[in-house]
Ligand binder design. Structure first.
Ligand SMILES: [Zn+2]
Length: 345
């Protein structure tokens, strides 16, 4: 009997809803008042058999808690409705969400590369994007007739000047020159930055891109140091077991020079369009700093030797994220950028 009543009133409480303060007060008096239903039921409960008391006690307490909780929550809702009506605000409307930004994929890759080299003691060095001929070409052993000096590759800003024509730097090697000119060995630094080339914009070329170069100058630095440093870098960036190979190459500022390939990160060497079915992809150029460059920067090339390397950040990001069109990096399309959400914000 008592159980039936409780069941019936429970349904009534659950079904009850109002935002009207008077109606809510009626509800309170009916169930929770000093002469209310709960008081009556508790009075009835006193008369039931001890056996029933054991089972009904818990049910009764839950019923009382339900009535109180329902009253409290409706009271809060009613108060909000009243106060928002007064202020003209509807505080029951859902809040406006805001998007958390995301790191640019190039910034992510740049940071990862810096972190790896910083473990080896390399510091970050930066320099100006507008450079003179000396820092961008001459000090780096570029011959006068070298095609990189040609108008087709370089954005010239001003002809002439104390240290030659002024141009947008075509590589971050200019920062190496500035560092060596103004300091004393040993040098152990990486130079990240934006560089400019006068090229038509397409999926595979752009008029600006990003490089990270590295320079290590000290006594008795050898090609073995270069190989081991870059081997470590590749294992850290692309995972253990990534193979490397060096191919002889030519750069004006290093001798000997090499290009370094890694086993294709996409197909693991089996062959795919990314590696043109060779199993290898080129990721950077490197070599021993040409003694002429050391001397140009005021460093005794008999006493000191060094290695340098340089890579395009876009190229590294390309292999990591399989971004096939360079133009995506500079279009700032939020749909593209949002894919690289990271906890490293
Ligand atoms: Zn491949």
């Amino acid at each position: 009997m008592l159980q039936d009543k409780i069941t019936q009133y429970t349904a009534e409480i659950n079904a009850f809803s109002t935002s009207n303060a008077d109606e809510l007060e009626q509800f309170r008096i009916k169930f929770l008042g000093t002469k209310g239903i709960i008081k009556d039921i508790f009075d009835e409960f006193k008369a039931v058999s001890p056996e029933e008391k054991r089972t009904l006690g818990k049910v009764l307490n839950e019923f009382k808690q339900l009535a109180e909780a329902r009253y409290q929550s409706l009271k809060e809702e009613t108060e909000v409705a009243v106060s928002s009506k007064d202020s003209g605000l509807d505080l029951t409307l859902p809040g406006e969400g805001f998007d958390v930004g995301s790191r640019h994929p190039l910034a992510l890759v740049r940071r990862e590369i810096i972190e790896i080299f910083s473990k080896l003691g390399f510091v970050v060095a930066e320099g100006p994007e507008i450079e003179d001929d000396w820092h961008n070409f001459s000090a780096l052993n570029f011959p006068e007739e070298h095609p990189a000096r040609d108008m087709q590759d370089t954005f010239f800003i001003k002809k002439g000047g104390e240290k030659g024509d002024i141009a947008l730097r075509t590589h971050t090697s200019s920062v190496q020159v500035r560092m060596m000119e103004h300091g004393k060995p040993p040098f152990r630094a990486i130079m990240p930055g934006r560089v400019y080339r006068n090229e038509a914009i397409s999926a595979r070329a752009h008029c600006f891109f990003h490089q990270i170069e590295g320079l290590y100058v000290d006594e008795n630095v050898s090609f073995a140091d270069l190989k081991q440093t870059l081997f470590y870098f590749v294992q850290e960036l692309y995972g253990e077991g990534t193979k490397v190979r060096f191919r002889p190459s030519y750069f004006p500022f290093t001798e000997p020079s090499a290009e370094m390939d890694i086993s294709c990160t996409i197909c693991k060497g089996a062959g795919c369009p990314m590696c043109k079915y060779s199993g290898w992809v080129e990721i950077l150029g490197c070599g021993m700093v040409d003694p002429n460059v050391l001397e140009n920067c005021g460093i005794d090339s008999k006493k000191y030797s060094g290695f340098a390397f340089g890579m395009g950040i876009e190229r590294i990001a390309n292999l990591k994220y399989e971004i096939k069109d360079l133009r995506f990096f500079s279009e700032n399309d939020a749909r593209f950028l949002k894919q690289y959400k990271t906890s490293l914000i």
